[in-house]
Design a protein around this ligand. Structure first.
Ligand SMILES: *Cc1c(COP(=O)(O)O)cnc(C)c1O
Length: 398
């Protein structure tokens, strides 16, 4: 079948109702194991000589539908579902490295990814460098003979810096180093790293893929060979497999991804303009803001700016906390990509595991706020932000 447009694939790819008694919605195969017709069939399945399901941790039809769908959306050969985004990150990094290797990372990473890298350094002497990846020369300078992965987040959480994926992929090819991209902040509707020459895509499906704040899950997309290696090693034996019900929630959430991303992005652009004009806001960070130094890279590789904004309020830590406490209906919570607008304070929340010196290098100050624009009316979102910004210095209790 000829490939369809994204908006059609997001609804149909990986599932045909004809194979499931005509069920329009993907059935939830809520089972831990699968029966064999004969002892010989069981033997063939375990030997890998016959396709078919064996046991829940090794595969499930509901999860498979989602895996095929995400692979189609990211233009990859195969997908793999995980219990959490971090299960996908850890299974990937452990599969790609051995003791004493080196990983080259973007400067600014999800807090727990940073935590995982610290653990791998302490346990297996795997070193990591965190660099801006602004130029080819800088990347070349940091590549070592033992560099086995280039690991990137873009836009970078939470500072919204953007890395030129095509450029990094070009350099990495010369050295035959795989490039892994955490595409959580964009979703495949906005950015497709494999099309830009990168090798592997990871999602915290908890965020935009699910989109409704009701599931924690992860996804991985890449070449068939790599995905089956992970499925048979670091997923099977470490065990972070996805549950069938979570896969079903994600299949449902995905159907509205394009519509949601348009709205999230539209709202974010409007809120950015208003934040920039407010006297109690020091600076705003958003990929599609014209004043963003990375604006042209963002325009080149992203369809839209997505829904996450970061901004520094004027003052110090107490002012940032007073601002959050003064909000009326907007919720203080970590995570992103939900229908509800949620706001958090990276220095004391998502990135509190990162030592202060590293936080400063990443641009995470004590006044930085990260906000995920939800699907509410943008005027209501702005009204709440504005009243809180207006009052934050008055309500602060020192
Ligand atoms: C949330 C997040 C993760 C981790 O995903 P979980 O589903 O919470 O395990 C990884 N990377 C980024 C960019 C995230 O936002």
């Amino acid at each position: 079948m000829k490939e369809k447009r994204f908006e059609t694939e997001v609804v149909h790819a990986g599932y045909d109702s004809k194979d499931h008694l005509g069920s329009l919605s993907t059935p939830i195969y809520q089972t831990s194991t699968f029966t064999f017709d004969s002892a010989e069939q069981g033997q063939r399945r375990f030997a890998g000589e016959e396709d078919g399901y064996i046991y829940g941790r090794l595969g499930n039809p509901t999860v498979s539908a989602l895996e095929d769908r995400i692979a189609a959306l990211e233009n990859g050969e195969a997908g793999l579902g995980f219990a959490t985004g971090m299960a996908a990150v850890s299974a990937t990094l452990i599969a790609l490295t051995k003791a004493n290797d080196h990983i080259l990372c973007s400067q600014g990473l999800y807090g727990c990814t940073f935590g995982l890298l610290s653990l791998m350094r302490d346990k297996y002497n795997i070193q990591a460098d965190f660099i801006s990846m602004d130029t080819e020369e800088q990347i070349r300078q940091y590549i070592r003979p033992e560099t086995s992965v280039i690991y990137i987040e873009t836009p970078i959480n939470p500072t919204m810096k953007v890395i030129d994926l095509e450029m990094v992929a070009r350099v990495a090819k010369e050295y035959e180093i795989p490039v892994v991209v955490d595409n959580t902040f964009s979703s495949p509707y906005i950015q497709r790293p494999l099309d830009l020459g990168c090798d592997i895509v990871i999602h915290s499906a908890t965020k935009y893929i699910g989109g409704h704040g009701d599931v924690v899950a992860g996804l991985l997309v890449g070449k068939e060979e790599f995905i089956s290696e992970v499925a048979m090693t670091t997923q099977k034996d470490i065990g972070g497999a996805m549950s069938p019900f979570d896969a079903w929630l994600l299949l449902r959430g995905l159907k509205t991804l394009p519509i949601r991303m348009e709205r999230h992005s539209d709202t974010a652009e409007k809120i950015v303009e208003h934040l920039k004009a407010h006297p109690n806001v020091e600076q705003v960070y958003y990929p599609f803001d014209r004043d963003n130094p990375d604006y042209h890279i963002a325009q080149k590789q992203m369809k839209l700016g997505a829904g996450v904004i970061a901004f520094d309020v004027k003052g110090g830590l107490k002012d940032a906390q007073a601002f959050l406490n003064q909000l009326s209906f907007l919720k203080i919570a970590v995570s992103l990509g939900d229908a509800e607008t949620i706001i958090q304070h990276p220095a004391t929340m998502t990135h509190s595991v990162v030592p202060e010196v590293d936080r400063e290098k990443m641009g995470i100050s004590n006044t930085l706020i990260r906000m995920s624009c939800g699907l509410e009316a943008w005027e209501d979102i702005w009204q709440d932000l504005e009243q809180s910004l207006n009052h934050m210095h008055m309500t602060q209790t020192n």
